[in-house]
Write a protein that binds this ligand. Sequence first.
Ligand code: FDA
Length: 426
Amino acid sequence: MGRYFVYVILGGGVAAGYAALEFTKKGVSNGELCIISDELVAPYERPALSKGFLLPQAPARLPVFHTCVGANEERLTPNWYTEHGIELILGTRVISADTRRKRLLTATGETISYKFLIIATGARVLKLEEIGINGSNAENVCYLRDLADATKLVNIMRMCNGGNAIVIGGGYIGMECAASLVMNKINVTMVFPGSYCMGRLLTPKIARYYEDFYELKGVNIIKGTNLSSLVFNSEGKVTGANLKDGRYLHVDMVVVGIGAHPNTSLFEGQLTFEKGGIKVNSQMQSSNTSVYAVGDIASFPIKLFGDTRRLEHVDAARRTAKQAVCAIMEPKITSDFDYLPFFYSRVFSLSWQFYGDNVGEVVHFGDFSGTKFGAYWVNNRRLVGCFLEGGGNEDYVAIAKVIRLKPVVLDFGELEREGLNFVVAV
Ligand code: FDA
């Protein structure tokens, strides 16, 4: 059994949805494009799963957050794909790929051939077993990557009202889940090994602000240690957690947010890899000229900083997807990708954005006892990164513009005094 499509998108997440929209803008014909996804639903805005989806009141549900609403574009419902002659092959896992023969094999035994392949397989969560702890299959242990995970999390949260949750991990998934659990009236203890939360991005001073805020909301934060083992009752449900520092916590549910791993195994040995991802050029083209890689699995050149990075962030997924489609459909006029790294998160009443690079000397600014503050990063005398909590749209536009210019900074004191005015004035 076999089918042929001119364009195949492997993976049905954020990047797939944005790529599909771009294909239609560029004039793809009926029946030329398919999306193969092991999820059961059309592409959606994955960040909604840890935000609107977990709200206690009026939670977001599909079809509300199908792509591409997250970038104020059209909402691509299943009907939209039908109307545009795009085949959605859902609930179908690709189990092997042959990039030389340009074909994919699905778990249902179907061979799908292509002229151009866009790999958009995203990432999978790291399981407890990968850090030597048993329990992933327990009914009250939750992860958060896809709709099925989020649905389980909501069901368990509803059953645990007033109970105790442990959140393992202090990254953005842990932080966003902890906030949602509190809003759902669950007592939360966060446990993570670092000395402060979101250590890969935040400075200790900024992290302290968020930790204090969380503690005021009732979150108990235990830092500098990790989960050692889970304790189960006779039905296999988790009832307790032993920490490496010897503490024991009684728990009714567990949320694990210990990181993600890119889904690239189908292509190992066939394509060139770098920094854990599929290496692509500034057209998102891999070492095989018929194969493009986008989103969480792509390691792409960051012109602004002169290196290659793999970013697990939604903005990068949207923009790399668009770039790949432009490069395939209009190769002669598609300029090189020039991406400014951008991350964001929203929890409780807080909201931050980060642009650029968090390397070099840090200069904090703003009112850390209020609601608007941030930090600049200056590397080799150039302003390369900016984090801002509580900004407005105009602030973020100004920051993005200025970080792209990488202005020279001679006086750190002045930068600190000027604060946000520095970027507005450039
Ligand atoms: P994505 O994971 O979206 O899609 C991959 C798709 O491929 C999935 O449908 C998967 O099932 C499918 N697939 C994989 N292997 C397959 C196979 N062999 N066969 C068939 N299908 C296969 N970022 C940010 O900047 N700000 C934020 O606030 C958040 N918030 C956030 C919350 C949560 C809960 C998550 C999980 C992630 C975020 N992110 C985020 C990260 C962001 O969502 C992520 O970077 C993008 O979803 C990446 O898009 P991709 O399309 O690359 O992968």
